[in-house]
Design a protein around this ligand. Structure first.
Ligand code: NDP
Length: 253
């Protein structure tokens, strides 16, 4: 029996990348996983199919984050999917993973780009947590994905990093607020992780990125997903409000 047998989970942005690896690992531990996506239904479908082929349980939910009403749209779909499969709307594990990056020189950032980054990366996670409060049972888990860039300078990602700094505040304040219910709230910060985007197909670029890690390689999605799965488990019941460095030693300098 897996460590998460009988549990339910929502992983935002789990059609690919770190989110997908997280959904796969949670499902392997026995959780029923809501695989959230926005644009790429095929990717979400294949994530669900892969989980089912491995003997796990999952379903896809579509919702655009960063628009008015996003959290409610998402959680309504999750609740419907959970009720259909479990008869209840209890959500044991919430992983706020979906995010967008900047990649714009500081001089070029527009107010519209700034607002979009804040809306998807910081505002949506807050309201998803708020909306999920009534679904989380005692002993529930909230894990928010930050980035090593809250501690490692990259001027082209200054706004993205501001949004991740904001997301890290969720762990501090909600950990205190939800402690009496035994709900833990933590941040996980990945370093450079091969999410399948084109840059990871360029050997010279990968070689350079690999040097940033103490281990001399770029991260694989499962390197981060396994850490998230630990925090989601009962083994991590005494860890709350923490910042977990999952950068492969990138922050060691
Ligand atoms: P990807 O870019 O590979 O995947 C992003 C996921 O989020 C997709 O499932 C995508 O769905 C979804 N998504 C993006 N925008 C929206 C939106 N507006 N509404 C709804 N869903 C959306 O992500 P990664 O695996 O690279 O990153 C996962 C997390 O890890 C993020 O929080 C990221 O900031 C963080 N991180 C990643 C690092 C890396 O090197 N990869 C390094 C440090 C942190 P769809 O495709 O359907 O739109």
């Amino acid at each position: 029996v897996g460590k998460l047998a009988g549990k339910t989970a929502l992983v935002t942005g789990s059609s690919r990348g770190i989110g997908r690896a997280t959904a796969q690992r949670l499902a392997r531990e026995g959780a029923l996983v809501a695989v959230h996506y926005h644009a790429d239904a095929d990717a979400a479908g294949s994530t669900v199919a892969g989980i089912e082929a491995a003997g796990g349980r999952a379903f896809a939910v579509r919702a655009e984050l960063g628009v008015p009403g996003d959290a409610d749209t998402l959680l309504l779909a999750v609740e419907a999917g959970l009720k259909e499969r479990t008869g209840a709307n209890t959500l044991d594990i919430l992983v706020n993973n979906a995010a967008i990056m900047g990649g714009v020189a500081p001089e070029e950032v527009t107010p519209e780009q700034f607002d979009r980054l804040v809306a998807v990366n910081a505002k949506a996670p807050f309201f998803i947590v708020q909306r999920a409060l009534g679904l989380l049972p005692d002993g529930g888990r909230i894990i928010n994905i930050s980035s090593g860039l809250t501690r490692f300078a990259n001027p082209e990602e200054v706004v993205y990093s501001m949004t991740k700094g904001a997301v890290e505040q969720l762990a501090l304040h909600f950990a205190k607020y939800l402690g009496p219910r035994g709900i833990t709230v933590n941040s996980v910060a990945p370093g450079i992780t091969d999410n399948g985007s084109p840059v990871f197909g360029i050997p010279e670029a990968v070689e350079q990125m690999a040097q940033l890690s103490a281990f001399g390689r770029v991260g694989r999605p499962a390197d981060v997903g396994d850490v998230i799965a630990f925090l989601a488990s009962d083994d991590a019941r005494w860890v709350t409000g923490s910042f977990v460095d999952a950068t492969g030693g990138t922050l060691l300098g």
